[in-house]
Design a protein around this ligand. Structure first.
Ligand code: FAD
Length: 471
């Protein structure tokens, strides 16, 4: 790494996926770049952590490695395929496809009350499933696939268009719309009970048409080479360093002030912390904080799941009369969520087994709890998760060794996202521009989210504003 300096061509705030990609890309073209990250490790919402592993007597016997967020890498592509976002990203960041050791999912499914709709990385499989499970929607769904293929999802303008209204206009039933949207909302909507149409198209392609995969070794397999690239490209990376303030002169960005009072001067700032959070760094709060946050439960078992018991990769479930993708009135909504078995790939690094469950949560409840109430709600979440495991894996008799639960409060603690949001604000800045000249929003609130989306956002914003000089 280069020696710390105080003047840079560009400063990137946040070393999540978008910040990492943005800093690497700018560094590749000889820009003097600083990447400032509040936390001690990179990855942001898709980071990693470890916990001490103990035996039954409580003796330390090693460590367990966890991914914070990785259920699956979306946008699967085979080596050498044309026009695939994942391959474009790897090319732009000069990463080798083989270095990720990507494995395809077996299959995933939507469990919508009594209905089961399976999908793989082949859209034809889903078309056949729709014809079987929702026979009257089959032809319409084929047309929807064409509609998605022909839709221009590259527009940098943002005006919310309701996907639900569009799907109703196309004649789909409410039940089918909710079933189809269940995975897409869970994997990327910052809007309650709906999603912007362009975002829907992006997610439909990345989840249903390209599909899910997992790098062997989890998210570290992706993050470690990115950190190497920062070094190769002389990016000045500062962990455990928070930006306190973005400084501007005559409405043009001129630097940032760090928490310890150090001022770093720069011509450009790329902020990945979120739109309302960026506004706070400008001492001006305007944009709406999103309403959607989650609890995530990680269950570690003595061994991997028997595939006879359950061989799916991800199950998006809804057991309510209608699918309520909204901030619940209670602290946690157990009626719907995501059930992920990361063991169900061909090769998995750990001997132990894992199940991950995501439920929708209410930030205000979790944030206001006393210590006692907080722990009691976590216990409740753990029990509800175990009930779900019994329901979806009835013959699973493995011993449970360890549970880790993180809450909306944990998300805010480690990523500084207001309201514990994962998909950011309902307002997106697709062109990355802000009211302050040379201050750009990247990542989730630019409107590209998930691992692949955020990487793409960082690359695109660096290419447009750092390397080409503007739109
Ligand atoms: C539980 C969970 C499961 C998920 N599962 C998946 C999945 O399976 N597949 C998938 O593709 N996506 C998944 N996601 C979503 C994905 O992780 C995010 O969309 C993506 O990582 C967002 O990246 P980002 O760069 O936009 O923002 P972030 O990751 O939020 O990065 C922002 C960074 O800025 C830092 N920061 C904040 N304030 C400051 C400051 N003042 N100074 C310096 N640094 C600061 C934060 O610490 C953070 O590191 C999941 C997320 C969660 C939480």
């Amino acid at each position: 790494m280069t020696e710390p300096q105080t003047e840079y061509d560009a400063i990137v705030i946040g070393a999540g996926m978008s910040g990492l990609a943005c800093a690497i890309r700018l560094g590749m073209f000889d820009k003097k770049v600083a990447l400032i990250e509040k936390h001690s490790v990179p990855g942001g919402l898709n980071s990693y952590f470890q916990r001490v592993k103990k035996d039954k007597e409580g003796n330390r016997v090693g460590i367990r490695k966890f991914d914070v967020g990785l259920h699956a890498l979306t946008n699967f592509a085979k080596k050498g395929e044309k026009n695939k976002p994942l391959l474009k990203i790897l090319k732009q960041l000069r990463l080798r496809y083989d270095s990720l050791e990507i494995q395809e999912q077996s299959y995933s499914q939507v469990l919508f009350n009594e209905k089961v709709l399976k999908f793989t990385n082949d859209i034809e499989f889903l078309v056949a499933q729709v014809k079987e499970v929702f026979s009257e929607e089959g032809e319409r769904f084929e047309k929807l696939v064409k509609f998605v293929e022909e839709f221009d999802d590259t527009s940098l303008e943002f005006e919310f268009t309701s996907t639900k209204n569009e799907l109703k206009k196309q004649g789909f039933s409410n039940e089918f719309i909710e079933c189809l949207l269940c995975p897409l909302l869970f994997y990327g909507s910052s809007w309650e009970n709906d999603i912007d149409l362009q975002q829907f198209v992006i997610l439909f392609k990345s989840i249903f048409m390209e599909g899910f995969a997992r790098p062997y070794g989890g998210v570290r397999t992706l993050i470690n080479p990115l950190v190497e690239k920062l070094k190769d490209n002389n990016v000045d990376v500062r962990f455990k360093t928070a930006v306190k303030k973005i400084i501007k002169e005559n409405n043009k960005v001129s630097g940032v002030e760090l928490e310890d009072g150090t001022v770093l001067k720069t011509n450009q700032v790329y902020s990945s912390v979120g739109l309302p959070e960026t506004e706070s760094l400008l001492m001006k709060e305007k944009s709406k904080v999103g309403n959607l946050t989650f609890v995530e439960c990680l269950y570690v078992f003595e061994k991997k799941i028997d595939r006879e018991v359950n061989d799916s990769t991800i199950s998006f479930f809804n057991y309510a009369d209608r699918f309520n993708y909204e901030c619940p009135k209670t602290p946690t909504d157990f009626r719907s969520g995501v059930f992920c078995i990361p063991d169900n790939y061909e090769k998995v690094e750990s001997e132990e087994g894992m199940i991950r469950i995501t439920f929708i949560a209410n930030y205000d409840h979790w944030n206001k709890f006393s210590e006692k109430e907080y722990l009691a709600e976590k216990e409740k979440v753990k029990e509800q998760g175990l009930k779900l495991i019994k329901k979806l894996c009835p013959q699973d008799n493995r011993e449970l060794l360890y549970t880790d639960i993180f809450t909306p409060k944990t998300i805010t603690k480690f990523t500084s996202h207001k309201g514990g949001t994962v998909y950011g604000s309902p307002l997106k800045k697709r062109d990355g521009l802000t009211e302050t000249k040379d201050l750009y929003v990247i990542g989730t609130d630019q409107g590209y989210l998930g691992i692949v989306g955020s990487l793409l956002s960082g690359i695109t914003m660096a290419n447009i504003y750092g390397l080409k000089g503007g739109l």
